[in-house]
Design a protein around this ligand. Structure first.
Ligand code: COA
Length: 347
């Protein structure tokens, strides 16, 4: 769960809350603003305290307060400029509550509040340490508002970076996790209409795999055939080429470890280690059955055979070296086959 989602859950449970106030000279609000000023004073040490006080208590500014268990944990002081934009003057979360999602939640509440008063844009001079945070809230350094609309209105800060965030009138910023969940569900539903990828088949055990004659016999493949047809080449063209490579490999001086299945009575733990065994007899059988519809499957079988050998045997063994030599030769031969197939396809 994202931090924002966790903070939302806390808000739903009533542990955290938010409200917008301004200096209306009531004792209650003056107390809150004083507390907020103290948080800003601690968290923004480079900012002169008098300046913070002036803006927080200025009647044109408003402040969004964030509470946790009824205690103030942070806030945003901002000033709306007509319906054009709101300037974020200060923003902070108290030290021991930072990076728990409250800053994001605060910004989302501010977006929602501004939506309600017809403002859809923020401008702020971001402290360089906080640029990363602002970017995550949708702020960019590219300012799309024409300069004459904000120049002279917002306060200039040395050492800060002017950033803008444009947000949408209809997005429910307080329920972004819910929105994403809905969008994911909608995308999955759409994918289900055109794909069976959500159906999980049991897979094949070794016995069934050895008996496989056609690729369509793998559970699930047939269902996809009407939607996806692999580019195939006629077996009359493909199989002689694969047989040719097979024979070269069979007569290779290092083929001896691969010619027959490993004898489990001699190599006791082999089938415990190697869960998908394969050998050249199986490949030969598959060639006879016409199993290979594409050269990729043929290559995958050989690759598995070499990988199995390298998994079971250490690099300094004869077996391991045989796998390396055989594979090098196999790759060479398959490059030739691939070129030939490409030429055939062009014809
Ligand atoms: N730099 C880079 N990324 C930051 C960051 C910073 N200073 N502060 C938070 N983030 C990231 C978080 O890691 C998190 O990323 P994630 O969603 O990928 O995990 C994301 O921003 C939101 O974090 P969140 O927990 O909602 O932020 P917060 O509650 O810590 O509030 C601040 C962010 C900046 C308000 C808070 O850290 C703070 O008060 N800092 C000191 C005062 C300050 O710098 N104010 C801004 C200048 S006006």
């Amino acid at each position: 769960m994202s931090r924002d989602a966790i903070a939302k859950t806390e808000e739903d449970k009533g542990r955290i809350g938010f409200k917008v106030i301004r200096n209306d000279h009531t004792i209650e609000n003056l107390k809150y603003l004083l507390e907020l000023r103290t948080i800003f004073g601690c968290q923004l040490p480079k900012m002169p305290k008098e300046y913070i006080t002036r803006l927080v208590f200025d009647t044109k500014h408003r402040s969004l307060l964030g509470f946790k268990n009824k205690m103030l944990v942070g806030g945003i002081t901002f000033r709306p400029f007509g319906n054009v934009f709101a300037e974020i003057a200060f923003l902070a979360i108290t030290g021991n509550e930072q990076v728990k999602g409250y800053g994001t939640r605060l910004m989302n509440h501010l977006k929602q509040y501004c939506q309600s008063i017809g403002i859809f844009r923020f401008l702020t001079y971001a402290d360089n340490y906080a640029i990363g945070y602002f970017k995550k809230q949708g702020f960019t350094k590219t300012i799309t508002l024409p300069e004459h609309e904000y120049k002279g209105y917002i306060k200039d800060y040395d050492g800060g970076t002017l950033m803008e965030c444009v947000f949408r009138p209809k997005i429910d910023y307080l329920n972004i996790p819910g929105l994403i969940k809905k969008q994911r569900a909608a995308i999955f539903d759409k994918i289900k209409e055109i794909s069976n990828s959500h159906i999980v088949h049991k897979g094949l055990d070794n016995a069934k795999r050895a008996k496989l004659k056609r690729i369509e016999d793998i559970p699930g493949i047939k269902d996809t055939m009407h939607k996806w047809k692999p580019k195939t080449i006629s077996p009359d063209v493909l199989l002689p080429k694969l047989r040719r490579v097979y024979n070269i490999m069979k007569h290779h001086p290092d083929s001896w470890p691969f010619l027959e299945p490993v004898d489990g009575t001699q190599v006791i733990d082999y089938y415990e280690v190697i869960k998908e065994p394969i050998d050249m007899q199986v490949i030969e059988q598959r060639l006879k059955n016409g199993f290979y519809r594409t050269h990729h499957i043929f290559m995958a079988d050989f690759r598995r055979m070499f990988d199995n050998c390298r998994i079971y045997n250490k690099p300094d063994t004869e077996y391991y070296k045989c796998a390396e030599n055989m594979e090098a030769r196999f790759k060479e031969e398959m490059l030739k086959v691939e070129q030939e197939l490409k030429d055939e396809m062009k014809l």
